[in-house]
Design a protein. Sequence first.
Length: 76
Amino acid sequence: MRTTVTLSSKNQIVIPQEARDKLGVGPGTRLLVLVKEDRIVFMPEPRDYVKRFSGRHKALWDKGYLERERRVWRRR
């Protein structure tokens, strides 16, 4: 989806219906605002941070990271 919105005189924007439907957001939904060098990114705040971030960096753990760390700690 690609569309243009206009900043109002009160510095507000309306998020298009198609975007709200796709993200499952509506009145009362909290949005995280990320400011990048040349853009602003809006994303729904996770309802459950544990569920949202579980499994992140799984490849790191699968490559023996935990075992290497344990060996280092055993040496101390």
